[in-house]
Design a protein around this ligand. Structure first.
Ligand code: DGJ
Length: 750
């Protein structure tokens, strides 16, 4: 059984083929942490790994004993004020203001499978044999509260999902001031911390820093997981590369405020905590009530960062994303945003759609500007009925016409927002998430709706449902374009105010849940001013997300490379857009734009009616190429090969699960004068197998047949002058150059 409890020693051991997670009941009844890493043989007696020390100034709970101090012991879910002076996993306050707690082991429960988290997104199993769960209950008798720590280990992934549930058992109200999803104490600090950081139009760039004493971490207090930081944190050994070495990944299945923090104490012990950000969080728990934290997923890899990422990709693509679209090839779409912005009418839309249909595109997405009186960003959010001046036959009429052309129809919403110039705001000025007794800020001329209130969510739900029922809508893009500012829930009492940021997220999740359940065939794509809510929480409801508003191919190489640290290719919305690019005004070839966008859900976002015949022909070819290869791209095993954060080049590849084929992408930012020889060391191939290599979407050059071992160990040359392309090679060179190669295993039919 992959979860063992060794009664005599009080040790728990969770393991699968790749990893082990060990904890123990400490002498004072608290839960201690022993080990997380490569799989160990199960046995009783890992307690020798628990290190004690009598250190000056340390607080010790046992009279006459100086070597037992929580300040120096590794713990599972530590509290503050118990001697441990490091950052705690939780903090609760009693009615009299006391924050002193003493949570001890009460019992545990082991079962096959994994339970749902009510109202929250979480990794799931389809068959109970896919995971085992251990729930350990801790109790503080004086407070009459319990904490249930849940750990699920997966059969097929080196991953453990954790969360905590607080239950108020007594007569007294307890207030949770901080409730992290999990904590991990590691025995040394010889790690580099990886974070995905950025801002609008440059989301999820990979940043690396050596751990040092004190606190370091990432967070959001913006109401969404944010452009600035992602709810992910990685720890890698200095020598770990993409393909070898140890790496730990921590990912929070949540879309709101979060904290992901590493603390190194002065004895080099590293503590990771992750959960809802405690800022403005104050959750009163009355008698009989419970509070469930979001889920945190921890991955251990000894196969480098690619090993860590592939575990997240597999788990999140197949056991976090849900619904019929989870396993389907994603439709190639055209979105009108960068083609028209707010300036369109039915005629223009139909013109684009008709051209799209000619080129083989499958889905037309109508973006912002179709509702209320919306011709700019200062009006109508919240009024989800069609603007009949622009679209005389409404959404239903337009959608039908597009459907008759043989395309599917998709529609943009921004459900969580309103403008002051809207019928919704005029009717309910107190529905904004702001203290309306005083001035409050706008963001992009809009205001956040108070989704902590059920009636607000219901009103938006009714409007969306009406449109989705009446019109043949196959896809919804759910946007969210501003951060929170003066958060206050009007008309609610003091205790509500401490809950409002999390209740807002629960409101968003409940609306997603209702709509996805009622419209199971609709493909949802989440979006937040580009990629401000590209997180695992959203993936549970929407299997794809708009990666960034930056559609420039060169910038996208970095954004998609960074995003792939955690998120699968199938989740990354990626479009070919116009040149000069609208965000960075750069010119790149249509080939390079597509070569980047292929590694995602793929689509177009430009006025294709304005393209030359030659460009339209090329798009036809690109669409056909993507149709042929999208299963491989979206469901294959993705490997990062060369980081755009480290030089002038980038490369990645995707290998089919059955190994029959692969696609290799190589990108060069600047053309070097007399470039040096460039060799890529491929990965994920079978040493003994022979592969036929052809260049795709370029000159179509054949690169002969090579064995897996040659390609992985001797390498594959992508040098400027060794390709044998002759004159053509010069024509194809220049800045922002890219190549795509298809590898076919010789005994396969692909
Ligand atoms: C921000 C999104 O990221 C864009 O793609 C677009 O939908 C605009 N909002 C529309 O307002």
């Amino acid at each position: 059984m992959p979860v063992e409890f060794h009664q005599k020693s009080g040790e728990f051991h969770l393991y699968n083929d790749e990893i082990s997670y060990i904890m123990e009941i400490l002498e004072n009844g608290h839960l201690g942490h022993v080990y997380f890493g490569k799989r160990l043989r199960d046995r009783e007696g890992f307690r020798y790994l628990t290190e004690y020390a009598a250190r000056d100034m340390a607080a010790c709970p046992f009279e006459g004993r100086r070597d037992f101090s929580l300040e120096h012991l590794k713990q599972e879910y530590p509290a503050f004020g118990t001697g441990d002076t490091r950052y705690p996993a939780f903090e609760i306050e009693r009615e009299d203001g006391s924050r002193v707690v003493d949570f001890r082991y009460l019992g545990h429960h082991i079962y096959q499978g994994k339970k749902k988290l009510e109202g929250l997104p979480a990794v799931y199993v389809e068959d109970e044999a896919e995971a085992w769960t251990l729930e350990v209950t801790l109790e503080d008798q004086a407070v009459s509260a319990r904490i249930v720590l849940s750990y699920s280990i997966f059969r097929d992934y080196p991953a453990i999902a954790r969360s905590a549930r607080f239950v108020c058992e007594g007569e007294e109200t307890v207030t949770i001031l901080n409730g992290m999803s999990g904590c991990l104490d590691l025995p040394d600090k010889e790690y580099e911390m990886l974070e995905l950081a950025g801002t609008w139009a440059r989301e999820r760039h990979i940043h690396k820093r050596e751990l040092t004493y004190g606190i370091q971490g990432v967070y959001s207090m913006r109401g969404c997981s944010s452009h600035q930081f992602n709810p992910f944190l990685g720890l890698k050994r200095k020598e770990t590369t993409e393909s070898a070495g140890e790496a730990l990944g921590f990912s929070l299945v949540y879309s709101g405020d979060f904290l992901a923090q590493v603390e190194v104490d002065n004895f080099d012990v590293t503590r990771v905590v992750m959960g809802i950000h405690p800022n403005e969080f104050r959750w009163e728990l009355g008698p009989g009530e419970a509070f469930q934290t979001p889920e945190m997923v921890m991955v251990y890899s000894d196969k480098g960062l690619n090993g860590m990422s592939q575990a997240f990709h597999g788990l999140y693509r197949t056991r976090l994303a849900r619904g019929v679209w989870r396993d389907r090839e994603r439709p190639i779409l055209i979105n009108n945003w960068e083609a028209t912005y707010f300036d369109f009418n039915e005629e223009k839309i139909l013109e684009i759609a008709s051209k799209a249909q000619e080129l083989g595109i499958e889905l037309f997405v109508l973006d912002d500007g179709w509702f209320g009186k919306r011709n700019w960003d200062d009006s109508s959010l919240g009024d989800w009925y069609p603007n009949l001046e622009k679209l005389p036959e409404g959404i239903t009429g337009l959608a039908r016409k597009i459907q008759d052309m043989g395309l599917k129809f998709g529609l943009w919403f921004e459900p969580e927002m309103t403008n002051k110039d809207s019928d919704l705001f005029r009717a309910h000025p107190d529905w904004v998430l702001a203290d309306i007794r005083r001035p409050y800020s706008h963001g992009r001329n809009q205001y956040v709706l108070d989704f902590s209130k059920e009636e607000v969510v219901d009103c938006v739900y009714r409007q969306m449902k009406k449109i989705l029922e009446e019109a043949p809508v196959s896809y919804v893009k759910w946007d969210m374009n501003r951060s929170f500012s003066e958060v206050f829930s009007n008309g609610k009492d003091r205790s509500w105010q401490g809950k409002v940021r999390h209740k807002y997220m629960l409101g968003v999740y409940s609306l997603y849940e209702r709509l996805t359940r009622e419209f199971p065939e609709i493909l949802f794509e989440s979006c937040a001013s580009g990629g401000a809510r590209f997180d695992p929480g959203m993936l549970y409801y929407a299997p794809q997300a708009w990666t960034s508003d930056d559609t420039d191919a060169v910038e996208r190489i970095k954004i998609q490379y960074g995003t792939s640290m955690v998120y699968p290719v199938s989740s990354m919305g990626s479009h070919v857009s116009a040149v000069p690019n609208h965000q960075v005004f750069r010119n790149t070839s249509l080939d390079t734009r597509a070569n980047v966008a292929y590694f995602g859900t793929f689509g177009y976002e430009l006025d294709i009616t304005k393209l030359t015949e030659e460009e339209q022909e090329k798009i036809k070819e690109q669409v056909a190429f993507m149709k042929q290869h999208r299963r491989l791209i979206q469901q294959g095993r993705f490997y990062r090969l060369k980081s755009p954060f480290e030089g002038n080049y980038a490369a990645w590849m995707v290998v089919a699960e059955d190994g029959s084929e692969a696609l290799l992408a190589y990108f060069r930012m600047m053309q070097p004068p007399q470039g040096k020889f460039e060799r890529l060391y491929l990965t994920g191939l079978e040493e003994e197998e022979e592969y036929e290599i052809k260049e795709q979407a370029g000159a179509g050059e054949e690169f002969g047949r090579h064995y897996g071992d040659e390609l992985m160990y001797a390498g594959f040359s992508v040098s400027d002058f060794s390709s044998g392309l002759g004159r053509k090679a010069y024509e194809l060179q220049g800045d922002y150059f890219s190549r795509l190669y298809h590898l076919r295993k010789m005994d396969s039919n692909n």
